[in-house]
Design a protein around this ligand. Structure first.
Ligand SMILES: *[C@@H]1O[C@H](CO)[C@@H](O)[C@H](O)[C@H]1NC(C)=O
Ligand SMILES: *[C@@H]1O[C@H](CO)[C@@H](O)[C@H](O)[C@H]1NC(C)=O
Length: 520
């Protein structure tokens, strides 16, 4: 008879020896939304018995109960930037930025932080320790130097893309991403693209590759050489990524081609809703006409709205028969209408679950986009930067939302769009349909992500999933050499044919002339 204690002990040893891997997560950039998604994955990996270490800027407030979990925080990171109170970080200033300039600004900003992070004492201590890891998981957002940690620790590399489509990943994975129908993530147009859109899109794609190779890459490679002792050369590291986890799904974005080592896990952080806090529950229950929820996400603070724009919202909201819940970080809202409640932080996903929620006014960030998809909420999007415009277009195309540009914000435009969505059941029906698509998957996105991380650990990388296109030089990948050869041969053929025809003609003509001369 098996001894239950012994069996339990055996099982535990088994878990510890064969299934427990040492995982290093690297999420040091202070973007809350990227970390928010990855956090769910790291927690789940720890709860499944792995030993998880995460370099991050926030710290896990509620560490997993099971398994080992450790934060490596970066205190004082921001102190290294000279603070200028006049230039307080205001993301609204990035509205309407030209996508070419936008790409440059984002790259410059991220690179500045990366130097400070790599030189941080806690990061250097880790790099100079004798710790070992079985896999390294990196946020794939202009943070390539951290990928060198995989080479340093001799572990396979997994990159997690926070946005669904990503010019930064396609080249590394050899993934087809034709400029003809895949709008650049920073673009303001959407498909079907006109000729001018496709022209701009092609130029934007090429510009981004050039920006990366001539501006970003040299700086990043120098960082690796300077700060990561056994980091090697960044070029070898980037093209040797075992797996890409993509924060996308056909319910969230246009369907795209993916090579075998790119796996879509959009929505992996979603959980069934919790009960609302008492005051919010009452607020929603009492709203017989429904509630409009307004939040511009974690990076765009409501209080940073220029007062004249804010006033347009206040005037529009005061004319609604619905109640409005406004994510507002200040203590009070000037001229607050009686049907408006302000809240500094809201359990957004739980709010979406309440049947009285009728509409979400959003900036269209990817976390909000996913959370509204999960619960089937109609959207009015006010896109500001990055992928938000694409998400706004997607909502219009699929009939669950409308959008207003920042410049179009006015009392009339707001009321017109809000009422159009509230009065027409089509928006809610399409949002519900989107939610059904979101949930209809063979395996949940979190289980999918965990499966693939464990797959990479088990097989020590996944070189067998890599497409051959990754190793081709760009001109071979695009078949430019073949096209050039065909054009050359065809032109040569044409020249030769012309030459021969001319010769024959000349011969025939001269013979005829000779004959004429003889008969004459
Ligand atoms: C790196 O950090 C050390 C202290 O930890 C500091 O003395 C040095 O100036 C830093 N280097 C750079 C380039 O910031
Ligand atoms: C590529 O990654 C695999 C798996 O981690 C590793 O074994 C191999 O040495 C790497 N190759 C290069 C050239 O870095």
């Amino acid at each position: 008879m098996a001894n239950p204690t012994l069996a339990g002990l055996l099982l535990l040893t088994l878990i510890c020896t064969t299934n427990s891997a040492r995982i290093l997560g690297i999420y040091p950039l202070p973007g809350h939304s990227h970390y928010h998604l990855a956090r769910a994955l790291f927690r789940e990996l720890a709860e499944r018995g792995h030993d998880v270490t995460v370099i991050n800027a926030f710290g896990e407030k509620d560490p997993p109960k099971i398994g080992k979990y450790r934060d490596i925080l970066l205190p004082g990171l921001f102190d290294q930037e000279p603070k200028d109170p006049k230039r307080e970080w205001n993301m609204f200033k990035r509205e309407g930025l030209n996508p070419f300039v936008g790409a440059y600004v984002v790259a410059t900003m991220a690179t500045k932080f990366i130097g400070h992070i790599l030189n941080h004492t806690n990061v250097q201590n880790l790099l100079h320790s004798d710790e070992k890891f079985d896999v390294v998981i990196v946020d794939n957002f202009l943070s390539d130097p951290f990928k060198a940690f995989a080479t340093h620790f001799d572990a396979p590399l997994i990159a997690v893309s926070p946005v669904w489509q990503n010019m930064w990943i396609n080249a590394l994975a050899g993934n087809p991403s034709p400029s003809s129908y895949v709008p650049n993530v920073l673009a303001t147009y959407y498909h079907p693209m006109s000729f001018c859109d496709r022209l701009t899109n092609s130029l934007l794609d090429v510009f981004n590759y050039l920006l990366y190779y001539f501006y970003v890459f040299p700086q990043h490679n120098a960082f690796v050489k300077q700060y990561v002792p056994r980091g090697g050369d960044l070029n070898d590291i980037l093209y040797n990524t075992s797996l890409f986890l993509i924060n996308g799904h056909p319910s969230l974005n246009q369907p795209l081609p993916f090579v075998p080592n790119m796996i879509e896990v959009g929505g992996l952080h979603m959980k069934p809703p919790n009960k609302l806090p008492k005051d919010l529950q009452e607020f929603f229950d009492d709203a017989k006409q429904g509630v409009v929820y307004f939040s511009m996400g974690s990076n765009l603070k409501g209080v940073q709205f220029p007062p004249e724009k804010r006033q347009e919202f206040i005037k529009a909201f005061s004319k609604l028969k619905q109640k409005v819940l406004w994510k507002w970080e200040g203590d009070e809202l000037p001229d607050q209408p009686s049907n408006v409640k302000i809240i500094k932080w809201a359990p957004q996903s739980d709010i979406f679950a309440h049947p009285n929620l009728k509409l979400f006014i959003t900036h269209g960030g990817f976390v909000s986009s996913i959370e509204s998809a999960y619960h089937g909420v109609p959207l009015l999007t006010i896109p500001i930067y990055g992928d938000q415009m694409q998400n706004a277009h997607f909502s219009v195309k699929n009939g669950y939302g409308r959008f207003l540009t920042y410049g179009e914000i006015s009392e009339e435009n707001l009321l017109e769009n809000i009422n159009a969505i509230l009065d027409n059941p089509k928006y809610k029906e399409n949002a519900k349909r989107r939610s059904d698509l979101f949930h209809d998957r063979p395996v949940s996105p979190l289980d999918t992500a965990v499966y693939w991380v464990e797959y990479v650990i088990k097989h020590r990388g996944a070189p067998h999933l890599r497409v051959a296109g990754v190793d081709l030089p760009w001109y071979q990948y695009l078949l430019l050499d073949v096209i050039a050869a065909i054009i050359t041969i065809a032109s040569l053929g044409l020249v030769v044919t012309c030459f021969i025809t001319k010769k024959i003609c000349q011969k025939v003509c001269s013979k005829r002339n000779n004959k004429k001369k003889k008969t004459a």
